[in-house]
Design a protein around this ligand. Structure first.
Ligand code: ARG
Ligand code: ZN
Length: 469
């Protein structure tokens, strides 16, 4: 007979039972504080312990002329332990009040941690609702590699991007990729402005000189992939041949230059479906900002943000992340090569499938150091192994992208095309809407292909320097 975990314990004594009943009837669940971080190897304070968020409902009001944001965040979460208090990550802004399960809660702030002390302790397993009312002028956060993210003012509005840590600048939450949740974002802006977020636009309502946009993402999303863009965009809608709705918002100055690449979106999504399996989300699109506003493009879920008109390769890269990074998300920031190596390899595959250099040719070029990838400060792809960036300032550095892609190509060389493409599809489907780390990938790759790939992992994934051939 199977052992039930309960039955391994000795039966409680009568006294213990009495104590238990008294505690329960008195409503004094004994909680302890949730951890202030998830001990990510690169961002130990990112995210928080003791609970798991199921949904965020953000109700925001933004005034582009003053840069003022008013927000209410309704966070529904499940306690993973008894909680006397728990933390949310929030940078800047003023918290007006917090309630938990409808009761006013005490709170205090230190650094980017908002600690909430509910009136009653929360029980392990309890699903509870926290409402945070906040306001202020959201700030731009500088991440360890010097990139500006968080809330970024633009010529006529603002845009939010958050990889790795910027999302805490515009809403309180469990800001670590391991805690994915569904989102509803409702945004009120003055009439004449657009507000664009992830997922589908459920409604757009005009009232008293204002427009209210209600966006909904029905599939789980990591917080760093949340976006909100407010401004005077040119919006267009459409759909892919298989019926995935498209919604793109482009600043007028970049419209012409963006037309060609954005026109390929349907092809890109359908190509991804053929190569990687079903598209993981119920919408797609793009947000294009003026050149110089943002330091990087980001694969924000369903609707990537571009710093100026993108080319086809960049759109392809960001859309490939919808499978690799957004649906299959990294367990920690150490697993970035599972995002960037895959999206870079997708570019090589796209090129191969469209009459450009093959992945094999790209791989050889990198091996020989003969590539047209710019020779920017950190474009030395042998500087460190892709699965072990030396610090948080290097999680988006060249080796994570290019050497990450080379790891995938080495697997392909070992196992052949049939097994390799089955592996890509299987990986996307096995971890669809979940999280995975490097060890899960290496184990999956060996299981899926039936090969011992130790040599590839040792040399290409974890080994220092340029592998000998
Ligand atoms: N994931 C983005 C891309 O591949 C890049 C984000 C870079 N973030 C950063 N802090 N440098 O397009
Ligand atoms: Zn990328």
């Amino acid at each position: 007979m199977d052992q039930h975990p309960f039955l391994r314990f000795a039966a409680p004594t009568a006294a213990a039972l009495l104590a238990l009943t008294t505690a329960c009837t008195a409503g004094t669940v004994q909680g302890r504080p949730g951890a202030s971080g998830l001990r990510d190897p690169y961002f130990p304070k990112a995210g928080n312990g003791g609970y798991d968020v199921r949904s965020y409902a953000l109700d925001l009001d933004y005034r582009p002329d003053t840069g003022h944001l008013d927000g209410t965040a309704v966070i529904t979460a499940r306690a993973g332990q008894g909680l006397s208090s728990f933390n949310l990550d929030l940078a800047g802004l003023t918290v007006e009040d917090v309630t938990v399960e409808g009761e006013p809660a005490r709170f205090n702030r230190t650094g980017n941690e908002l600690t909430v002390r509910p009136a009653d302790d929360l029980e392990k397993g309890e699903v509870f609702r926290t409402v945070v009312r906040y306001s202020g002028k959201p700030k731009t956060v500088t991440d360890p590699d010097g990139s500006e993210e968080g809330w970024i003012p633009t010529a006529d509005g603002a845009v939010a991007v958050g990889e790795p840590i910027g999302s805490m600048a515009w809403f309180p939450g469990n800001h670590h990729p391991s805690d994915k949740a569904v989102y509803e974002v409702s945004v009120t802006v003055p009439k004449g402005y657009e507000a664009v977020s992830n997922g589908r636009l459920e409604s757009r309502t005009e009232r008293d000189g204002e427009t209210v946009f209600r966006w909904r993402g029905t599939e789980p999303m990591a917080g760093y992939l949340a976006t909100l863009a407010i401004g005077k965009y040119r919006v267009s809608t459409g759909s892919t041949p298989s019926g995935i709705p498209l919604y793109t918002a482009v600043v007028p100055g970049e419209a012409e230059a963006s037309a060609e690449a954005l026109g390929r979106l349907p092809d890109i999504v359908e190509w991804g479906v053929r190569r990687f399996g079903p598209y993981p989300f119920d919408s797609a699109g793009a947000i294009v900002e003026a050149q110089g506003t943002l330091g990087y493009a980001l694969e924000t879920q369903t609707r990537p943000v571009y710093p100026g008109a993108p080319n086809v390769d960049l759109v392809l890269h960001e859309m490939a992340h919808q499978w690799f990074g957004n649906s299959v998300s990294p367990r920690s920031w150490k697993d970035m090569w599972l995002n960037e190596g895959f999206a870079t390899y997708a570019e090589w595959l796209w090129s191969e499938d469209h009459g450009g250099p093959t992945a094999e040719e790209r791989f050889e070029a990198f091996e020989e150091g003969d590539t047209d990838v710019d020779a920017a400060a950190d474009s030395d792809w042998w500087a460190f192994p892709p699965a072990d960036p030396p610090g948080p300032e290097r999680i988006s550095a060249a080796p994570v992208y290019y050497r990450g892609a080379m790891v995938l190509h080495r697997i392909r060389q070992e196992v052949g095309d049939e097994r390799f493409f089955a592996l890509l599809r299987g990986w996307a489907s096995d971890h669809r809407h979940g999280n995975a780390d490097t060890a899960a990938f290496t184990a999956y790759a060996e299981k899926s292909t039936g090969r011992d790939l130790t040599g590839v992992w040792d040399e290409w994934l974890h080994g220092d320097g340029k592998p000998a051939r």
